[in-house]
Ligand binder design. Structure first.
Ligand code: NAP
Length: 229
């Protein structure tokens, strides 16, 4: 399969690539912002999964130019079977204390990134009347919590986009699956004081995505909520 993953240099994005490559031989189209971290991740993947092919191009998806240029780089070389919109960052903050910069940054990174990447990729999927899109949201869309207001607002906007896409793309045989993970172990938590909560492994979440992506095209999964048990 031709698989596009955003935010693939670490955390969940990288775990998703690994989990797909463990189960089959695929062509991956990967991006992240930092060129060196992405190149290091891709070198590691190439050495470990020699039967898959890995293409990468660094872009800052928080800008419209970066997101659109990644989408057009993908569209020039592949007909995607799967798009995984994984890019996202967490930022704590109470509503009354937040700056407008905080909301803008969260919206750019967590919502507009997926908006413009998807807008660039979807015409290719529509032309082939097939495809699967996975949007990485957050359990905060199901159970919002205090002290993350801009983050949660941006994820709700992304959930709205996802619901719109599901309605509009169904007639083109393109499925859209929302993934709502609870807290999992990743660099997202660097420098943030965590509650005393158990963290899931990103690989456990990635394996659920692979399971859904490799099911019959006739079975659609709209939502998956994952939390530590
Ligand atoms: N960790 C959790 O507990 C948790 C819980 C619920 C939902 N989520 C969601 O899960 C997703 C993955 O989170 P994670 O914890 O795995 O994150 P992570 O470890 O911080 O990794 C984020 C990835 O996205 C890339 N990235 C970030 N901003 C980017 C940008 N503007 N342009 C291009 N690439 C960018 C990073 O590369 P660079 O560093 O090079 O930019 C990195 O590859 C996010 O959407 C997050 O909101 C996380």
């Amino acid at each position: 399969m031709n698989i596009i993953v955003t935010g693939a240099s670490k955390g969940l994005g990288r775990a998703i690539v690994q989990s797909f490559a463990e189960k089959g031989n695929h062509q991956f189209y990967l991006t992240a912002r930092n060129q060196q971290t992405l190149a290091d991740a891709v070198d590691h993947l190439k050495n470990k999964y020699i039967h898959s092919t890995f293409y990468s191009s660094a872009h800052d998806l928080s800008t419209q130019a970066g997101a659109s240029s990644f989408a057009s780089w993908c569209s020039k070389q592949t007909t995607p079977d799967i798009l995984i919109n994984n890019v996202g960052t967490y930022w704590e903050g109470h509503f009354e204390k937040e700056t407008s910069e905080q909301l803008t940054r969260m919206m750019n990174n967590n919502f507009y990134s997926a908006y413009y990447v998807t807008q660039g990729i979807v015409p290719n999927m529509i032309a082939h009347q097939s495809g699967r899109i996975f949007n990485i949201l957050s359990i905060a869309c199901k159970n919002p919590f205090p002290n993350a207001s801009s983050y949660i607002i941006s994820k709700f906007a992304f959930m709205g986009l996802s619901q719109v896409l599901r309605q509009e793309l169904a007639t083109h045989h393109i499925s859209v699956t929302d993934i709502f993970p609870g807290q999992f172990d990743s660099a997202s938590w660097d420098g943030i004081e965590k509650q005393d909560t158990q963290l899931m492994s990103p690989i456990d979440i990635a394996e659920q995505i692979v399971l859904i992506a490799t099911r019959s095209q006739h079975i659609k999964t709209d939502e998956v909520v994952l939390s530590y048990f």
